[in-house]
Ligand binder design. Structure first.
Ligand code: SF4
Length: 266
């Protein structure tokens, strides 16, 4: 470890419902009230040398109970849930349920609940798919996918963020050029939250190794060639040698739904 990087505090595991609530701090430890970007950058740099569970423990220590996590039940999200079940299973976790998710994805939510006791909340947009398509004269994913993602994902996350200080995501830097500069910890201006990405510096191989070794539930569509899974109208399986995210909005210039883009930087 470089001398300039402070050692990461030892991981403190949540030991289950027998642990006295009184033994846990009522409030997270003191931190700068509103985003001190220098402090966040310093923490992010320090956590580059930490393992993902240590990063999750850091997030819990500093932000729980105002810490949340969004997951689309990708392998990274399932892996974070695996660790979160030990570290702080009371962390609220949600899924942006656009109404266009695969049945296999929704069933994975139930398998996670069964395995870990974590009930991922499905956050839905105000309008059902039927109402939304009637309003716009048909499915917007065909004509204006940016607007569809905004209405059915981004605005829903903005609502879910109310009252929270931080959110965790499962993005990895090696997933795409859009994500290559993701810090471990940073300020997400779009949602006015601190964003923590415990797997930012992990590889796809590391993630799948953990999933296989620990028999962590994952979406069976991955076994059918779907490398990255979003809504069914905007996802296809990929061919051998194709980019991991080539099956998302295939045939268009769109590469991200907007949740993880950095265009609104400070
Ligand atoms: S991924 Fe496709 S269907 Fe899902 S919200 Fe975005 S445009 Fe709509």
């Amino acid at each position: 470890m470089p001398a300039s990087i402070e050692p990461v505090p030892k991981l403190t595991l949540y030991t289950g419902p027998d642990e006295s609530p009184a033994a846990r701090p009522a409030q997270p430890p003191a931190r700068p009230a509103k985003p001190d970007l220098g402090w966040l950058a310093e923490q992010s740099q320090r956590l580059e040398a930490a393992s993902p569970p240590e990063i999750i423990a850091w997030a819990v220590e500093h932000y729980f109970p105002k810490l949340t996590m969004a997951t689309a039940f990708g392998p990274e999200g399932c892996l974070i849930l695996h660790w979160l079940a030990e570290i702080e299973p009371r962390t609220p976790v949600f899924n942006l349920d656009t109404g266009y998710q695969f049945q296999e994805t929704l069933e994975l939510r139930d398998r996670i609940a069964e395995r870990y006791g974590i009930e991922v909340e499905l956050k839905q947009p105000e309008l059902s798919v039927e109402q939304y398509e009637a309003l716009h004269g048909g499915p917007l994913y065909k004509t204006n996918p940016d607007r569809c993602c905004f209405d059915r994902k981004i605005s829903v996350l903005k609502q879910a963020a109310v009252g929270m200080d931080a959110w965790m995501s499962g993005i990895r830097r090696d997933q795409s050029p859009d994500r290559a500069k993701a810090p471990i910890v940073g300020w997400d201006k779009k949602f006015a939250l601190v964003k923590i990405s415990p797997l930012a510096n992990w590889t796809k191989q590391q993630v799948w190794k953990m999933i296989v070794e620990h028999d962590i539930p994952y979406n069976p569509l991955h076994d059918q060639g779907y490398a990255s899974i979003g809504c069914w109208p905007c996802t296809r399986s990929v061919m051998f040698g194709e980019d991991e995210r080539a099956g998302r909005w295939s045939g268009t210039a769109k590469t991200e739904c907007g949740l993880h883009t950095l265009e609104e930087k400070e």
